[in-house]
Design a binder for this molecule. Sequence first.
Ligand code: TMP
Ligand code: ZN
Length: 405
Amino acid sequence: MSGCMICGRPVAPFISFGRMPLANGFLGPEEFSTEFFFELKAGFCEPCALVQLVDRVPSERMFHDRYPFFTATSARMVAHFRKLAESVRRDRMLSRDPFVVEIGSNDGTMLETFASAGLRHLGVEPSANVAVEAERRGVRTLRRFFDEETARDIVREHGQADAIAAANCFCHIPDLRSLAAGVALLLKPEGALIFEDPYLGDIVAKASYDQIYDEHASYFSVLSVERWLAPHGLRVVDVEPLPVHGGSMRYVIRKAGAQEPAPEVEAARAAERRMGLDRPETFAGLARRVEASREALRALLRKLKREGRRVVGYGATSKSTTVTNYCGLTPELVEFISDTTPIKQGKFSPGAHIPVRPHGDFQARYPDYALLFAWNHAEEIMEKEQAFGKAGGRWIVYVPEVGLR
Ligand code: TMP
Ligand code: ZN
């Protein structure tokens, strides 16, 4: 057992999913026999209020030159990042010759705005293939994991940053101490860090256990973020709930003394205490709801199978790997998974080995049921797939509850 990522104390699991493959480890049949597995367990460190993975997978196994996640595959996410970029540009880039850094810059979707405006920017991205895509769009990218040493090197070469942005990235970084120290080094005294990640409050409220997988080392809340950053002289000055990625929180962080926190911060803290996000019983309760959800989904899929219905998965998301493996979904229950990402197509889903096929295969012959693995993109998908419903197709969802739509 590795210790708490903030304080180092041992962390006991409140939920164990069993043996799991890498969530983004889409693979060919020739790789089945050498597939990597680990024990997926989440635990809660009460003094830090941090939900986290108990056993972690080395980062190099997950983020490399074949990382299959590209921000730009979702039109809504592109719009979301354009808006973020505009607000950072308007509110934070106020010095002479300002400098913005994005940690986990993926395909450059967010930084592209700065690049095309000729503003000084730097993306930090260890997954080489997505970094290449960013560079193709004119986004300057450092192919490296972000930590204290990376921060020191960036400051040496470019100076400190007016703004640091990170979306769906900090939850991927297991060494939280080095991350916070790096941010403190890189940020100007009057600068701001804006980061967002899937929110623990949403995971508990919706029992969205599929957020739990190898890449997500931490599941943040306002309470845990404050306890993590305070020793580094960093303070949460604003928070904003966001609908993306199944429910996220955006945190605005500044150096202690730079700005009084907005009233929203205390309101969020109070709401978290009411939800019990600082108490272990909450997570014991979550574990029971997750088991019940698994039983309900299995029962529904087995019933449909007995009735001879065709079920196809929609969206080979990283999250779906937890669902397919934890719930024991096989190609007998889910014929294939439709996905628009070219490098996932023709491969098989991690662990469960359900074929991943292009969206055209879904459209060419609609199944009776589509199991909505990409539930975080439900709105965008429902809008696009109206013809499926008109043809008599039904959606199977499992967040917040197993049911049909
Ligand atoms: P994400 O949940 O991690 O953002 O991944 C979404 C996955 O779903 C990604 O592989 C692309 C796929 N997808 C589709 O196949 N069709 C769609 O309409 C959308 C929005 C996503
Ligand atoms: Zn701790």
